[in-house]
Design a protein around this ligand. Structure first.
Ligand SMILES: [Zn+2]
Ligand SMILES: [Zn+2]
Length: 339
């Protein structure tokens, strides 16, 4: 079977591998679709080191084989298997920092989501990390379960103020999912800051007022929308250090900046005293648990979040290099890889 891996030099290669060995409690899943995530691109660049570089985690497919002892899931089931699952028992998990659990990143799809077939470890299966895809959801829509769950966890952590003014920095897939989630949290007006006209058009279509942050307009528009104060909550769904600085500048005194995009490695805050003098809260959110994943599956199945139009490119496994290059482009949103 073919699988996309990072070799020892950090190059993306398509390899012919033996199928993973199924052990008790595991699942073998035939991949039907897997989204390209910004974190995959970060892993390829070598900057994102929170986990060993396994590529592909927004994967859905059909269960080909179930290991001994698996009862809740059967052969032929359409599933989304969460790649990382916490223990739900340690001090981190009990404190609500489940994605910081030492078990969380230890388990992963083997050899990764960009594979014709992959193994889901027994741990992930036992802890409830495998979700059946409800009938109305296509495989392609199912690839949004994991990114949507990450956005849900982020908005839970950022505590969206009822009726508050919002800024979403970045209208890539995560920004556009966040934009669609905000009404469910009771958010008031939402402004989207985005440099790409292509991505801005998508944000506009989803009902947001958009502004290009490069022309000096952003501050003016934010003040218009917020009676001169700045937004109550700015969600940074971009890896650009500029986006984070602009979010800090355009959030009201006492407001919150939520960090959802992975900042470029090496980016730092030039002036930290203003965090305190302006009583700004900076909250980050990393990945998601089964709690948010369940809600993501439900919301997608109900059609509450529109994802079909966010898929701009589809590539086969053999065209992965092209797919990864497309995912870097400002004229793309979600790139979905199929076998
Ligand atoms: Zn992802
Ligand atoms: Zn734990």
């Amino acid at each position: 079977m073919r699988s996309v891996l990072l070799d020892s030099r950090g190059q993306v290669v398509i390899k012919e591998l033996p199928e993973p060995t199924l052990r008790g409690g595991d699942l073998l899943v035939d991949m039907r679709a897997c989204g390209v995530c910004g974190s995959d691109l970060e892993k390829i660049r070598g900057g994102y080191t929170a986990a060993p570089p396994v590529l592909g985690h927004e994967a859905v497919g059909v269960v080909r084989e179930v290991g001994k002892g698996v009862e809740a899931i059967q052969e032929g089931d359409r599933v989304f298997p969460h790649h990382h699952v916490p223990c739900y028992a340690c001090a981190y998990c009990r404190a609500g920092s489940e994605t910081m659990c030492s078990d969380y990143r230890r388990r992963n799809l083997e050899p990764g989501g960009f594979s014709e077939t992959f193994r889901v470890p027994a741990w992930n299966v036992e802890k409830g990390g495998v979700f059946p895809l409800p009938p109305p959801l296509s495989f392609e829509e199912g690839t949004f379960i994991e990114p949507l769950a990450c956005c849900i966890r982020a908005l839970d952590r950022f505590r969206v103020p009822e009726g508050g003014t919002m800024l979403v920095s970045g209208a890539g897939p995560m920004g556009l999912l966040t934009l669609q989630l905000l009404p469910f949290y009771g958010a008031g007006s939402v402004l989207v800051s985005e440099v790409s006209p292509y991505r801005s058009r998508h944000a506009k279509r989803l009902g947001a007022r958009t502004v290009d942050p490069r022309g000096g307009e952003l501050g003016k528009v934010v003040r218009e929308e917020s009676e001169g104060r700045g937004v109550d909550l700015a969600v940074v769904a971009s890896s650009s250090p500029q986006a984070l600085l602009q979010a800090l500048d355009n959030t009201r005194d006492g407001g919150t900046v939520g960090l959802l995009g992975i900042p470029e490695v090496g980016a730092s805050l030039p002036e930290m005293s203003r965090l305190l003098t302006r009583e700004l809260s900076l909250i980050s959110s990393n990945a998601a648990t089964e709690r948010e994943t369940r809600r993501a599956v439900e919301m997608l199945a109900e059609g509450a979040i529109e994802v079909a139009s966010l898929v701009t490119h589809r590539v086969g496994l053999s065209e992965i290099t092209k797919g990864l290059a497309l995912a870097e482009k400002a004229e793309a949103l979600k790139v979905v890889v199929t076998p």
